[in-house]
Design a protein around this ligand. Structure first.
Ligand code: SP5
Ligand code: ZN
Length: 317
């Protein structure tokens, strides 16, 4: 496989015991098995080389997240015992994003995984897949939410943007509210997202079609809210429009926020995309012929995550 894959096992240290939905404790959907399932299937298909991330300066995080927020996550993680878990408080916006002892280290390592991918893109690699966990696109400047702590894609895109224009294509089932906000007033980073109608689905507060950017950034934000139960064909039509937007922008780099929660069997999502379709999605993205950094976001049907990922990578090859 020509695609370089970045992975760190430090993600396993982040494993919250449950999330809370309408007052009821449920098993935590964003499990560490997700990434391990992907690794396992890739290995079974002959993909054996996984690169460890390099360490990057914390300054890369400070340019996207408030320092107090970063310090809070670090201190609170360190203050917990192995079996303790911290639910909503200041900085923690919902019941899906608790802090456990290993959260800071895992989130920090996910950022290193993303930045190592970005660095390889700068070094001339065509496609890199950063197997980030925890995911990032819901993380705001000073708020953790939706299983996200640090915004891996935003930090990587910001890093790349020192070297040319960056387009971010977000194809997770959910709108990437955090990423949108980070670049809302910038014209050198385009954010384009396909996601479930936020009137019906998380994150509710953003992802609407009339959010187009602000001041200098006006015209550099594009949302495609989609109805539930959308199928391959309908999704394709919108994807092609989104890719046209990116083409017009003429970026130097592409960052893909890659979620597999658009899959028909996903327990949280609500689209009807099928297993083999992920190869087509990737082929269309590849047609842009841009240096492309893939950042893993959501996807919760653990059993098929490996196949989804492998199909996607085959389309990108
Ligand atoms: C990165 C990402 O995909 N984050 C998604 C956050 C979505 N959180 C809301 C999920 C609530 C699911 N629980 C509903 C179970 C009903 N029994
Ligand atoms: Zn999602």
């Amino acid at each position: 496989m020509n695609i370089k894959i970045i992975y760190s096992e430090i993600h396993k240290q982040h494993n919250p015991p449950f999330e809370i939905y309408d007052g009821v404790k449920e098993s935590y959907a964003e499990k560490s098995d997700r990434i391990e399932a992907i690794i396992k299937t890739l290995r079974e298909n002959g993909v054996n080389k996984f690169y460890s991330p390099e360490e990057f300066s914390i300054r890369n995080i400070y340019s996207i997240h408030q320092k107090e927020y970063v310090n809070f996550l670090q201190k609170r993680s360190a203050s917990l015992n192995g079996d303790q878990v911290l639910y909503p408080s200041y900085f923690i916006m919902d019941t899906y994003t608790p802090i456990v002892k290993g959260t800071y280290d895992a989130a920090r390592s996910a950022v290193n995984v993303a930045l190592s991918g970005a660095q390889r893109i700068l070094n001339g690699q065509g496609v890199v897949y950063s197997l980030c966990r925890p995911p990032g696109h819901h993380a705001e400047q000073k708020a953790m939410s939706g299983y996200c702590y640090f915004n891996n894609a935003a930090i990587a895109a910001n890093y790349l943007s020192d070297h040319g224009k960056v387009a971010i294509l977000d194809i997770d089932f959910h709108h990437g509210n955090g990423t949108q906000n980070m670049f809302y007033e910038r014209k050198d980073v385009l954010y384009v997202s396909l996601h479930a109608d936020p009137r019906l689905m998380f994150p509710y507060v953003s992802g609407y079609a009339d959010e187009l950017g602000k001041s200098q950034g006006l015209g550099f934000n594009k949302n495609y809210p989609l109805p539930l139960r959308i199928n391959n064909k309908e999704y394709s039509r919108t994807l092609l429009k989104a890719l046209e937007e990116i083409k017009k922008f003429d970026p130097k780099f592409l960052v893909v926020s890659l979620g597999f929660d658009t899959y028909e069997k996903d327990p949280i999502g609500g689209f009807k995309l099928t297993l083999s379709f992920y190869k087509d999605i990737a082929k269309n993205i590849k047609n842009l012929r841009l240096p492309t950094l893939l950042i893993q976001e959501g996807g919760y049907y653990t059993q098929d995550l490996g196949k989804l990922s492998f199909n996607f990578l085959q389309g990108m090859e």
